[in-house]
Design a protein around this ligand. Sequence first.
Ligand code: SF4
Ligand code: SF4
Length: 210
Amino acid sequence: MNGHDCFPIGFLSVIKSPMAEAHHGTASSDATMSVGSQLCTQCGLCCTGVIHDHAALKPDEIEVFRALGMEVRLGEKPNFPLPCPQLKGTSCGIYRDRPHACAHYRCELLRGVEAGTVDPADALAKVREALRLYQSVLSLLPAGMTMPQARALPRSLKEAPSGIGGPGYPLVVLQVLALTRYIDRHFRHSDEGPLLREEVLTMGEPETPL
Ligand code: SF4
Ligand code: SF4
């Protein structure tokens, strides 16, 4: 997205920043890009479903999005699911037509960079670590499984789904938890709340009490 939830839908639409026009596009050169834009163009994580499950759409964006062949969920708060098929590498494939929510979204890390409270080099290191964790998770998931789906996998090893069961399942669960915890710590806003609730940190009752 560059804008999304398990976002509280609608939340993104109220975030504004002078950096919005540069957010997540294929900007020209480092010399003309803001430090925040340089970060986003190397990231793209908010479009992948790693930070949110979906992104909000304004009513007048619905038909435009449908015309692009995008899935749209109607209802009180229209939205589209993430990961977004318009993400190309780490850039938005419909940058000039991206939804309002995408254009105005800033993760916690980007907010810190823009506010001057997070060092840009530290922020980039965190983006790279998050991308590394994300790729690690993807390498373990069945083809086509998304991060929102992976977050919904049973945490109990006794309930391992047939498609990814077996001895590799504990590693899948641990990697998903590690990535989600990292995202909660560095990318989710405090007012959004964590993706990882305390209860999902348990791996179920051990077969034999320790
Ligand atoms: S429309 Fe563009 S900015 Fe929005 S989620 Fe899709 S790839 Fe990201
Ligand atoms: S730095 Fe934050 S706002 Fe920018 S692309 Fe990455 S997750 Fe999205």
